[in-house]
Design a protein around this ligand. Sequence first.
Ligand code: TYM
Length: 342
Amino acid sequence: MANDQSKKMKARERVFSGAQPTGNMHLGNYLGAFRNWARMQADYDCIYCVVDLHAITTFQDPETLRDNVRDAAAAYIASGIDPEASILFSQSQVPAHAELAWIFNCVARLGWLNRMTQFKDKAGKHKERASVGLYIYPTLMAADILLYKATRVPVGQDQKQHLELTRDIAQKFNNDFGVDFFPIVEPAILEEGARIMSLRDGRQKMSKSDPSDYSRINLTDDAGAIAKKIRKARTDADPIPDNLEALKDRPEALNLVTIYSALADLPLKRVCQEFSGKGFAEFKAALSELAVEKLAPITAEMSRLKGDPAYIDGILAAGAERANDLAAPILKEVHRIIGLTS
Ligand code: TYM
């Protein structure tokens, strides 16, 4: 009993992660992030955020954004986030995120932000027309994490560079002010599922913003749509090889095998062995069946939750209150450290 109590008393490491409410949550978000978020609840104190302030770095229609915030929360819950055990809230409802981000804008160096590949990808050719918010996006992300002194951050591969920047900001803050205040975060990137690619082009990641709906499996797709998208997914004429090496230069084939492996929770090698010599018609049929089996309960739960916006709003409001309580003393201490208060 005493042992149990002391286990409970021992502070667990904190996990923080988030996703942008920009519509079309997809299989990449689920396999790269949400599924991992749900699993981490057993061992960590988890904080999961709908990052609406990040979303507005590109223009969002206000009505759509309101819906998308609820949809994102529904996707988290349907993927297994327990809003009692974890804190689930939207970023704008905890003003300390934006305040700490401002302080980090004064810590981070221009040269660091200039290196961010995601800005280059998103801004495209017309950098000067991108919002200033898009450019400083990563300092807000660092603030999200460090505001709670979170040490583990489950994300997909595409966020790795942002987490390195978060580490640099924490380190520079600690050095500049001679403190050991912010922890150095560890990315938690799963091997299988960390980078799910487009079903139309195995060299592009699966993305919410791809104009082709056939490029991704949305978490709202029904069984028919999933099967059709997998059937139409680009592949090559060769059968599945018995080893991974042989998939190296076959990005579309590798992607489908990766999706199977992540959904089945089997190592890639095992999937190759199981389907070795089989053609893609047969493999795609097995993959469709598996994807429908795993995703149908999530889709059903999301649509049930969407029918109850008041419930979602209640969860987000309660989560914001808990997050504010955790954030307030940390921001207060930052103010003291940097000399804004005594
Ligand atoms: P976002 O909204 O683009 O994506 C949410 C999560 O889904 C992962 N992901 C993928 N994983 C595998 N394959 C894919 N094709 C794929 N597409 C997306 C992302 O890696 C991410 O984990 N900047 C973040 C949101 C953010 C955040 C944070 C994350 C804001 N603050 C603090 C962690 C900690 C983003 O835009 O994710």
